[in-house]
Design a protein around this ligand. Structure first.
Ligand code: ATP
Ligand code: MG
Length: 361
């Protein structure tokens, strides 16, 4: 039997997920991949939403002012979308020392070559054009993300498909930690680790309604860093312009819409199901279909979805709004550190690293 305080002390199971401040805000991929789930689960779970501002330095180390502005931007979008700092905890990664400590300790439990083979890292190196000059800290972020997650001992991690490899690595770390330092047997199933005395629950990914929303380039996943995103704060004209720019690659107006085309995915993602089926049937029938009409309809649906978010974000783009955002961040740091320090204490105790409460300074 476990002697650890359960990770569910409020009676609710926990969720941890987050975003990296590599851009001034969030896009439609975040919405369908993760934000929708966060909104749905906000009452049922004890939620921790992390801004990975330290990890933003893996690609933007020379632009600290941008990272700071982006951090505020992401929190503004969270508030605009409806994440509620009263019900959930907003976690600023750089102010949670337990995450940094656990990152180093977890790095001993993951083979180096396994990190370097991580398919998500490989894709990022390729699509972001990082070549072979990325910093040592870049692959380290995959280990850091295990610490981001496990620090909050969550049960679920709502993410897009691109994060599956990271969650798998995180599960491996939790299993290994529990086996090596908490005496949990090799045959204990993952979801019984905590009950068997493990410090860490072995968390599961919860993939969103759309696992991977393609970008307006029609090739890569929609991404903050790839210039192919429709942002939640884009104005109505900008949204329509980006939709109009999608290439459908139809030789004639009676040709079908190629499978996997960005417009085809957006029709499914943003139009009511029945209308989406009608449009797809029209494209498949060989009748004349003008892409421009469909693009106008999809653009209007996206604008209707994001209009209230856009308006709420605009309200936060004022000095008072900025103060509110900073207040939310400060409150979150306090709440998050209470949980993070508890986890760190449990982990260090299991590792024989408990030498009494430390006083720094
Ligand atoms: P970057 O280009 O800096 O990596 P990003 O656009 O990939 O940024 P992240 O902050 O890395 O955004 O991801 C935040 C969350 O949103 C993750 O859970 C990720 O899986 C999800 N997500 C991001 N892009 C998409 C997408 N296109 N489709 C579905 N989910 C997505
Ligand atoms: Mg990403």
């Amino acid at each position: 039997m476990s002697t650890n305080p359960p990770s569910t002390s409020s009676g609710k199971k926990r969720i941890l997920t987050g975003d990296t401040p590599t851009s001034t805000g969030l896009h439609l991929g975040h919405y369908v991949g993760s934000l929708e789930n966060r909104l749905k689960l906000q009452d049922e779970y004890d939620c921790y939403f992390l801004i990975a501002n330290v990890h933003a330095f893996t690609t933007l180390a020379e632009k600290p002012a941008d990272i700071r502005a982006n951090t505020l931007g992401i929190v503004k979008d969270w508030l605009a979308v409806g994440l509620d700092p009263q019900r959930s905890t907003f976690v600023l990664q750089s102010e949670i020392p337990a995450i940094a400590e656990l990152t180093f300790l977890f790095a001993m439990l993951i083979p180096f070559n396994k990190v370097m083979r991580n398919p998500t890292l490989k894709t990022e190196i390729e699509t972001k054009g990082l070549g072979d000059s990325y910093p040592f800290g870049f692959p380290m972020y995959a280990v850091g993300q295990c610490a981001d997650i496990l620090t909050f001992r969550p049960e679920l991690v709502p993410v897009g498909e691109d994060q599956e490899a990271h969650i798998e690595m995180c599960r491996d770390v939790a299993l290994k930690f529990n086996q090596v330092y908490c005496g949990v047997g090799n045959r204990v199933p993952a979801d019984e680790h905590e009950k068997a005395g493990g410090v860490f629950p072995v968390p599961k990914a919860k993939i969103g309604r759309i696992a991977r929303l393609v970008g307006t380039d029609g090739k890569n996943k929609m991404s903050k860093s790839l210039n192919n995103a429709i942002f939640l704060y884009d104005d109505a004209k900008a949204v329509q312009k980006k939709i109009n720019g999608i290439k459908t690659d139809r030789p004639t107006i009676t040709s079908p819409l190629p499978e996997g085309n960005a417009l085809a995915q957006y029709i499914d993602a943003f139009l009511p199901q029945q209308r989406a089926e009608e449009i797809k049937a029209m494209y498949a029938s060989g009748k004349e279909v003008m892409d421009g009409h469909i693009k106008a309809e999809v653009g209007a649906a996206i604008n209707a979805l994001i209009e209230p978010m856009r308006a709420r974000r605009a309200e936060l783009e004022t000095p008072t709004g900025e103060e509110k955002v900073l207040g939310v961040i400060r409150d979150g740091i306090r709440k998050a550190n209470a949980v993070a320090e508890e986890t760190l204490h449990l982990a260090k105790k299991a590792m024989g690293l408990d030498f009494g409460k430390r006083v720094v300074g």
